[in-house]
Design a binder for this molecule. Structure first.
Ligand code: HEM
Length: 448
């Protein structure tokens, strides 16, 4: 029944449990068993900063994501092996490194917006997915060959469609002559793997010595013993970055439009101040607060441990309740209101804004995602005027491990705007390159 309630109302369910039971509450779910949520800044901090040997995020993520990411995935490893992969992956995602992808992000947006019809209802979520996929393929994988790019675009969507909750049930994890969702998923995975290994082979054969994308940096990265990353390691991390970074960012963007088109005051202020990096940043932060893409993050206890004053047995999943933290009236005044100004006017308490999780498992793509959201919002709103076909809010619906707008973030393009040449890609803005501004503040949080 709890699983049915979560499915019906992923945001509302958790807040209701918190109102009824307080800052620590538990639930029972199929597959996951008894899980314990914590929903108070001090308790969330306790879990995020807890001993990495006791609070296993990798094991918990494997339960939710399966083992398709491979043996070397940052998401599914724990302790020493996790830390050594994280050290290799962090540098390409530092704020400075992320800056160089702003142009790729802006160009992908421009191409996508040009395709949108005038006066017809469209779903923005798939449009945002097309942009974020293109960005991952160019900025992270570094794909330049157009034919390979088309093959990736063709083969990745079936991978998402074949991932089904049914895969989690042990009896569905069989091929049965190739007809089960698990068999479809394996076929889709092999087709994408083939392209990833081909890209790695080509780049090893002809290294260009430039830091133009994340793969270039990973090819030159070295383990502590001086050894380079192997092909399977590179494949697993590229697949991890694709899985963790593509749909999440697209969903964050879809929610941004869903909220903006229903909050005319905020849309008007944003449209009038697209070059004001601070307001754009506040819009992104407020979107991720009021509609967090991921509603909780899990840690699996490896031994009996005291959490929030309770002794919990080994094997228990402990989850910081992101959706509750973001909706607490003592942390956010009128929490249901979409009001970006709250991020301009005052500092958020540590561990109160946690859309990217925390501690040694905090999302390594947090800067990348926020820069991408700012860039895409800016480029879309400079080019078109949009309206929502209905003012009725879209409710949250669970898709894999994310919560997405139930009607796909519907919108109508009412007008195409002419883009001032001075503000074009190569143009200058306040003496600095216009697009670099979008990356000038990359959102490093106090709880890093
Ligand atoms: C709005 C977009 C995004 C959201 C909301 C998001 C959210 C999250 C969350 C909640 C976690 C788990 C943190 C924890 O367990 O404490 C995570 C982990 C991760 N994310 Fe993101 N993410 C986003 C975009 C990205 C992007 C763009 C990338 C890379 C291209 C990325 C790569 C990763 C990786 C590799 C991890 C695993 C980190 C680890 O376990 O050490 N994410 N993300």
């Amino acid at each position: 029944m709890q699983a049915a309630f979560v499915t019906a109302s992923p945001y509302g369910w958790m807040v209701k449990r918190w109102r009824r039971y307080g800052d620590v509450f538990s639930s029972r779910f199929p597959i996951f068993g008894r899980v314990v949520y914590v929903a108070d800044p001090a308790l969330v901090k306790e879990v995020f900063l807890g001993d990495a040997g006791t609070f296993h995020a990798g094991e918990a993520n494997t339960l939710a994501l399966g083992d398709a990411l491979g043996d070397h995935s940052l998401l599914t490893l724990d302790e020493g092996r996790h830390l050594s992969q994280r050290k290799l992956l962090l540098p390409p995602f530092h704020g400075e490194s992320v800056r160089r992808y702003v142009e790729v992000m802006a160009e992908a947006t421009q191409r996508e917006v040009e395709r949108w019809p005038l006066g017809k209802e469209i779903e923005l979520r798939p449009c945002m997915q097309a942009i974020t996929l293109e960005v991952i393929l160019r900025a992270v994988f570094g794909v330049r060959d157009d034919a390979r790019m088309d093959l990736f675009r063709e083969r990745i969507p079936p991978l998402g469609e074949a991932t089904s909750i049914l895969n989690w049930l042990p009896f569905m994890d069989r091929d049965l002559g190739g007809i089960t969702p698990a068999a479809r998923f394996r076929r889709a995975l092999a087709a994408v793997d083939e392209l990833i290994y081909a890209e790695i082979a080509d780049r090893r054969a002809a290294p260009d010595g430039e830091d133009r994308d994340v793969l270039s940096l990973l090819l030159r990265a070295r383990h502590e013993d001086g050894s380079p990353m192997t092909d399977p390691e590179l494949r697993d991390e590229l697949m991890t970055l694709l899985t963790a970074g593509h749909e999440t960012t697209a969903t964050g963007l879809a929610w941004a439009f869903e909220r903006l088109l229903r909050t005319p005051r905020v849309l008007a202020r944003l449209s009038a101040s697209l070059d004001d990096g601070d307001y754009l940043d506040a819009v992104v932060k407020e979107t991720l607060r009021v509609r967090p893409v991921v509603v909780d993050v899990a840690r699996k206890l490896t031994r009996e441990t005291e959490v929030a004053g309770w002794r919990l047995p080994a094997g228990t999943l402990v989850l910081p309740a992101i959706a509750v933290m973001h909706a607490r009236p003592d942390l956010y005044d009128s929490p249901e209101e979409y009001r970006p100004e709250r991020f301009l006017d005052s500092e958020t308490e540590s561990y109160a804004w946690i859309p990217f999780g925390g501690g040694v498992r905090r999302c390594i793509g947090a800067s990348f995602a926020q820069v991408e959201m700012r860039t895409v919002l800016r480029e879309v709103l400079r080019r078109v005027r949009l309206r929502a076909p209905s003012q009725r809010p879209e409710r949250g619906v669970i898709r894999h491990v994310t919560v997405v707008p139930g009607r796909g973030a519907r919108a109508v393009v009412t007008e195409r705007l002419s883009v001032h040449p001075a503000a074009e890609l190569a143009g200058a803005h306040n003496g600095r390159p216009a697009l670099a501004d979008a990356a000038s503040e990359v959102g490093v949080r106090r709880n890093d």
